[in-house]
Design a protein. Sequence first.
Length: 248
Amino acid sequence: MKSKIIATGLAGLLASTTVSADTLFGLYVKAGGWSQAPSGGVSDNGDVIDLESDLGMDSETGVVVSVAIEHFIPLIPNLKIEHTDLSYSSSSTLTREIKFDGITYTVGEDINSELDLSHTDFVLYYEILDNWVSIDLGINVKLFDGKLAIDSASADEAIDLSAPIPTLYGKVQFDVPSTDLSMGAEVSYLGYDGNTLSDIRGYIAYEIMLGFGVELGYRSIDLQFDDIDDVMINSTFDGAYLSATFHL
């Protein structure tokens, strides 16, 4: 009888320790590919240059990697850092005249172009609810570090596209009872004076074993900005993504 009591106590202590460790500290890692289809245009106070019809840009697959750390310390927010490779390169023959960075590119001219809107998200958030329904709220600073470049036989021009953009952040997730399935949505948003930035994704996730799993979703980034490093952007990038996940 005594041995059974001791064994039961040890099992309870182990379960309690596991639960406490998960409650006190959490590490969440994701890595995967996002199929990004571009649409819309850009302008540097000249012509609006269409990403598809003028520059010939098409869907690319970019790498997205994130790490999130959650803890039990009151008042100090949790931290998530995510890097998104959002870059395109293409070649096209112009069917109309365009102007970029003071240079005129003429009809029939062959051009090479590159658009890089890769960015790193720094998210500070609090867990408002954490059970079969979880809700996170906070702020997200998107740090863009890229460029727009167009070159031809007669000219080679490039403009930096680098700026920090703060947004509101929210995430909601529903765990399906008695399964390893979950589904959710994640949003970063900023809107002022006709300028907007929205980064929205919806997903379904499945934990396979030992903290390892997969996540399938759809993500859309919409940029409507009058001035990012003196460039107007009115563009959308969207498509499906697939990520491998791990958590402690």
